[in-house]
Design a protein around this ligand. Sequence first.
Ligand code: PHB
Length: 388
Amino acid sequence: MKIHCLLKSLVTVASLSAATHGALAQDTVKVGMVMPLTGALAAAGKQVVAGARFYMSQHGDTVAGKKLELIVRDDATVFDVGKRFIQELIVNDKVNIIAGGITGDLLASAALITEAKKPTVIMLASTSTLIEKSPYFVRTSCTLAQSSAVVADWAVQQGLAKVVTFVTDFSPGHEAEATFKGRYLTAGGQIIEQIRIPLQNPDFAPFLQRARDANPQAIFAFVPSAQAGTLVKQFTERGMDKAGIKLIGPGDIADDELLPSMGDVMLGTITAHFYSAAHPSPMNKAFVAAFQKDQGVRPNFMVVSGYDGMHLIYEALRKSNGVTDGDTLVAAMRGTTWESPRGPTSIDQKGDVVHNIYMRTIEKVGGELFNIEFKTFEAVKNPQVAVQ
Ligand code: PHB
């Protein structure tokens, strides 16, 4: 009899705790984020995480009556590791939403994500075709094609007729190179050398020497922003700026976090991109001041991609009243329009980001280097490219 009572109360406790756990699980929305926090792209991943966390700190971690839990994993810039973490987050942690990550991780996981129907907000990857790999992909970062073509038009107009392309040897680099090349040749430019540099532990020196030997008027460069400081240092050490060779490219080489320490060699460098810390909107001014106060550094485009990615998740949960199934959330994300620190931003019906691309030149403002916007291409879609 006693044993029967004991068993009965144990069963009651167990079912009560299961019920509480179930209720808690229902009240929580889990976002599983896989980013490079170590390895070649560590700086980029950390910036996206900082942007996402900063959004949560400003807006609270409760949305549509649900508590948002952010689970962050480090893929160490290794695509297979990223895929394994995405799988574990889906299967073991039972996340509702995925926040990705680099192109390699997401290409490797697209089939898995589609099968699991997990809405996946791409907050870093910048390759155009990635968005087509799963109906559950939605992007708040950018594509390299969006910003690379307009640099070609500008270069030809400025009389830069002989260029060396200089890109990191991975899919975003190939996209920057191909888009620039297509447009530049059509506009009448001449590409005298195409150089690709390995992603892992790059030493730019021998590649820069090759570029210099080709005697170009400019180098069209895309390297991940995480490596831009080293590139500029080695470019200057070789006296390439003094030899009159211009650096041009997508904004990754003029990364806002690194720019203050790159030195005056960057003055006058022209790039095209979707975000500058000097974007002159009241919203961006407030954002930059608040982020700088909180983190001690200037926000860059990766920070904004993470910040906006989190905004999109909050908006979608608000629209869905906290319903988290993949189809509902992706439908809620598509068509969303908002004012971002980058300017007006929206998600199109394919799930891709639509935003302004700005031409910028580097100038000193208040003793610090900034990307000053001088021309705007409005609402540039993927795979549309900004052209004159
Ligand atoms: C990407 O994986 O698409 C990627 C990685 C690093 C960058 C840009 C794009 O700086």
